[in-house]
Write a protein that binds this ligand. Structure first.
Ligand code: AGP
Length: 609
């Protein structure tokens, strides 16, 4: 949450900061602000709302080569200009991503020194605290302040008497930095660095980076130099742009077949038969052979990918698997030991609850494997093993290509380990791998149905409530369809196990209520069709999704709309069915005139609890 950027160099700082903030805006968009060194000292400008509002406020004559910028997702204090970052106190001006948990106690202490906040934010208290320790030595003030701060933070700090220098420190919240001929840049994530460099580093926790026009120095809190570990950037600028699509979400939906290829291809080694290979990822067979229990912990869409993973693993590995919401898991005192394998799933690799779940799992002696999209992110760095999804940058808040890439990662893991555990033969694993390689093509076929979905979505636009139903893998997918729809269309929706409807929810099904029924799983198909008839009998407007090979079994009048995915093994149906659900959410939001890419109250990367 919150996007932060700092620049020191030979370009116009306000341009660099505005571009960076636009690229980081998906992390929060309640307000935005910048502070720059000018010939008249530090100038701060802030605005409520999106970065575009801030851009309209910036005076053209603002000349600077060094400054910091922030786009906010409100935690402490409402959405107002007063609460927008940067915040200043005395000689200190800073921006912050995170939450200072003991700010109330610190505020009381600082009040005694005559420092009174003007905002309701925890961030201003951090600025006051650093200023209270500052006597000309930035490092010493930061060190003293950090010893008092509890919670998570990434700070970029300006000291008014240290012109054209930015100091940065972090704990929990991310910060990455790079240097180029044009200057030095620090940001919350690598997307904002793409235009400047092909190399960057992650600032280690509790170490201080000092950016000047021509260098970045990193030291520990005692001033001892530290050499940061450089990482390569494999994404290019175009990967983070809309490339002719109206929204990032639509672009990312279309990118899925290619994203899947990037997840699957590096692990698809052709030998005598097709078998996923994780040699380059460094994931040994032993990891699964030793496991007696698997726990998948994640949040939101990533957790929904885990629901599919659980079904696959239990089915093919015959190991007990549970899927845990990371924010619950971390406080639940879970039963884990050295025979437990905990799989963390996260697009950003920075989700605070998932990171905490990982740390807890390690503390309890479990082995950890993360399925992550963003290279070098905290979850990736701290896990014992990482499987990168390589889906490319995902900018829309609603996750699409990251989700299907996470699914692909689960299929690869399950197929490899089912083989190494002796549960699948060479022939079986090969044939499943062929099916997996074909799902990109199936998704393309669904993408061709865009116009049908547009029309359907127009009809869904006035709905107040909508239900997704399914069984088995379809139920797991229904959960994803529901979150997608509600997060961007603001229509209330629920995902229900179809067999559970009659235990309460059926009372909500009345004339015209839309029900999206997923019936792609052969073993439960007749049961599912009975459930569809039950809602139809109550007047629901049913959108039925089935496989091509089930066409004959669909009776006339059973649904208002019948959407078909290509024929194939049921186990792989979630990929193409997911595209229908994503398109429905996308077009419904669009026809409602909403901000598809940046839905209200949400942010892409949830780095606070
Ligand atoms: C998905 O559409 C959501 N925006 C959200 O649920 C997201 O998947 C969740 O916050 C987890 O994020 P992560 O994958 O970066 O950990």
């Amino acid at each position: 949450m919150c996007g932060i950027i700092g620049f020191c160099g030979y370009l116009d700082a306000k341009d660099v900061l505005l571009k960076g903030l636009a690229e980081l805006e998906y992390r929060g968009y309640d307000s935005a602000g910048i502070a720059c060194f000018t010939k008249d000292g530090i100038k701060t400008i802030r605005a409520v709302g999106k970065v575009a509002n801030l851009a309209n406020r910036l005076p053209a004559e603002l000349e600077s080569g060094c400054g910091i910028g922030h786009t906010r997702w409100a935690t402490h204090g409402g959405v107002s200009e007063q609460n927008a970052h940067p915040h200043s106190c005395g000689k200190v001006t800073l921006i912050h991503n995170g939450i200072i948990e003991n700010y109330h106690e610190l505020a009381k202490e600082l009040e005694e020194t005559g420092r009174l906040p003007v905002s309701q934010t925890d961030t201003e208290i951090a600025a006051m605290l650093i200023d209270s320790f500052y006597e000309g030595d930035a490092l010493s003030a930061i060190k003293k302040a950090v010893s008092r701060l509890e919670g998570a933070y990434a700070f970029c700090i300006l000291f008014s008497d240290q012109k054209d220098a930015i100091y940065c420190i972090r704990k929990g919240s991310p910060l990455v930095a790079c240097q180029s001929e044009e200057g030095c840049v620090v940001a919350s994530d690598m997307v904002a660095l793409l235009r400047y460099s092909k190399e960057y580093f992650v600032l280690p926790e509790f170490q201080v980076a000092k950016l000047t026009k021509h260098s970045i120095t990193v030291t520990d809190l005692d001033g001892e130099p530290v050499a940061p570990v450089m990482l390569g950037i494999h994404w290019d600028m175009s990967a983070a742009q809309k490339n002719g699509f109206k929204h990032y979400m639509l672009k990312e939906i279309h990118e899925q077949p290619e994203a899947l290829r990037r997840t699957i291809a590096p692990r698809m080694k052709k030998g005598e038969f097709l078998l996923p290979d994780f040699t380059e990822d460094g994931i040994p067979d032993k990891l699964f052979l030793d496991a007696k229990r698997i726990v998948i912990a994640a949040c939101g869409t990533a957790m929904h990918a885990g629901l599919i993973g659980k079904i696959l693993m239990e089915r093919l590995l015959r190991l007990p698997v549970s899927v845990e919401i990371a924010s619950e898991f971390r406080y639940a005192d879970p039963i884990l030991d050295e025979h437990s394998l905990v799989i963390l799933v996260s697009q950003s690799g920075e989700t605070a609850d998932t990171l905490a779940a990982l740390r807890l799992a390690k503390e309890k002696g479990a082995k950890t494997l993360s399925v992550v999209n963003v290279k070098g992110s905290s979850i990736a760095r701290e896990s014992d093993y990482v499987l990168y999804t390589h889906a490319g940058p995902e900018i829309a808040v609603a996750s699409t290509k990251a989700y299907t890439a996470q699914l692909a990662a689960f299929y690869l893991l399950v197929l490899r380990f089912a083989y190494s555990m002796g549960k699948l033969s060479e022939q079986e694993v090969s044939s499943y791998m062929e099916e997996l390689a074909a799902v990109g093509g199936h998704m393309e076929q669904v993408l061709e149905q865009k116009d049908t979905i547009k029309e359907l979505s127009k009809r869904l636009t006035p709905s107040h409530d909508l239900f997704f139903i399914g069984r088995s893998l379809d139920y797991a997918l229904a959960a994803e369809g529901s979150i997608k729809l509600k997060e961007i269309s603001y229509i209330h929706s629920e995902a229900y196990a179809a067999g559970e409807l009659k235990h309460g929810t059926l009372s909500l099904i009345t004339g015209g209520v839309p029900v999206i029924a997923l019936a792609t799983q052969e073993d439960v198909f007749p049961k599912m069709i009975s459930n569809v008839k039950e809602v139809r009998a109550r007047g629901a407007m049913v959108v039925l999704i089935t496989k091509e090979d089930n066409n004959a079994a669909i009776e006339q009048g059973i649904c208002s709309e019948h959407l078909i995915i290509p024929a194939g093994n049921d186990m792989f149906a979630p990929f193409s069915a997911a595209v229908y659900l994503q398109l429905i959410a996308y077009y419904t939001s669009m026809y409602r005139g909403l901000d598809v890419d940046q839905p209200r109250n949400l942010a892409k990367s949830v780095t606070v609890e």
